[in-house]
Design a protein around this ligand. Sequence first.
Ligand SMILES: NC(=O)c1ccc[n+]([C@@H]2O[C@H](COP(=O)([O-])OP(=O)(O)OC[C@H]3O[C@@H](n4cnc5c(N)ncnc54)[C@H](O)[C@@H]3O)[C@@H](O)[C@H]2O)c1
Length: 476
Amino acid sequence: MSRTKGDSIVGKKPAVGAGEKGKRILCIGAGYVGGPTMAMIARKCADYTVTVVDVDAARIRAWQSDKLPIYEPGLDELVSVCRDRNLFFSEDVAGNIEQADIIFVSVNTPTKKSGHGAGRAPDLQYWEKTAREILSNAKTDKIVIEKSTLPVRTAGAMARILHSGESSVRFEVLSNPEFLAEGTAVSDLELPDRVLIGGRETDSGRHAVAELVKIYRHWVPEERILTTSVWSSELSKLAANAFLAQRVSSINSLSAVCEATGADIQEVAKAIGMDTRIGGKFLNAGIGFGGSCFKKDILHLVYLCESCGLPEAADYWRQVTEINEYQQRRFVAGILSAMFNTVAGKRVAILGFAFKPDTGDTRESPAIGICKRLLEEGADLVVSDPQALENAERDLSEWEGKVIFEKDPYKAASGSHALVVLTGWKAYEGLDFARIYDSMVRPSFVFDGPGKLNHRELHEVGFNVYPIGKTPLTRS
Ligand SMILES: NC(=O)c1ccc[n+]([C@@H]2O[C@H](COP(=O)([O-])OP(=O)(O)OC[C@H]3O[C@@H](n4cnc5c(N)ncnc54)[C@H](O)[C@@H]3O)[C@@H](O)[C@H]2O)c1
């Protein structure tokens, strides 16, 4: 690292083509993070040219079309304002690296499926391939920014790869983890709680941090931009997700206690959440967390603790994922027990498959495991979701013939023995449940995973109602 110490990246050897629209920003990885994040930067920084590249040509074509590859409220409008103005999508990774001054790396960092650390360690092959691509195509100095969530000290490894060749090109690596949540990505990007930037305490490091701060200062107030060491920044992202997931597992573990004792989890959550030291967010009991990040980031934290020789810390965080799986097993066991210990041959309507409302993303959605368990028990499923049916079809492809995919919840419910609500879509709260009840087989059941429905009304309509963490409302 001594080769970059004290050197300024900023202002040296401007990249080819830079100038007509200020500096050139490149983002490698056009996924759930890369696409929306770069669209927001382009929207707020008309003086920069922003290009997003990906090896997935179909994804790039979708970003260039009217049907974006991801569903996110407000994203269509955001992209349409700046696309082809100062926001571009391209398959040309090498050519765009050469042109860029500032490169965000937003590639996927899944958990390893095999080999050393399988099931816990991050799979860094996409990230390392990107680092090598930057090295072989860069002809001018660059600031390289980790946007992907990465283990602590990855920026150091990135810098070593980038400086491993013969070239005199200099790179400064920053950590700038993304805290957006799917479903609210656009508003999270527009009004972030904080922007975290980790950089080295050298002249070159400070200059690079200042360059990135300059970008965010186009719309983020100064007091919300937090600069730290690179390692603190990397660890803070893992820690933030671990804390959020831990709250979900904590309340879910208490939901089991509520069911066993007759206490009501919503009353308990309200009572503890009103303590200002605790706060009320992330205290909704349900079927557990999903999404591409929580489980993976906790497991990566577990692996980090193990690698640092901290088995007690590793066990502590591992338990958060174990409670998450326990909650899903418990939910299915509750369905079976209520439905006379068998769902074989029964039509069951699944309302919601996305891992949370307002997204079509089904990665690590609890719905996948719950549906598979019900199918293994012999149920005939009708899966409904406003945005996630394409992904659901892919996730359940091995069960072809046993699952019907139906967007309309009324059609999905018709002829079913049970409604199993797995995603808290707002639209489900406004359904005409009397109409639905009339179309179902008796006795009719509702299992409300997210706990958002009006249980008393459902009971009055005629349903046997099974919320999580509450006494069921049954009919004789
Ligand atoms: N999804 C979220 O809500 C979220 C939030 C915060 C942070 N993150 C983190 O951000 C990172 C990206 O997440 P995501 O959800 O956007 O992933 P994603 O899978 O949606 O997108 C990653 C993209 O990178 C592309 N890619 C992989 N290797 C490449 C290469 N060598 N060159 C060019 N493109 C390449 C893939 O084709 C893919 O389109 C992950 O580390 C994740 O943990 C995600």
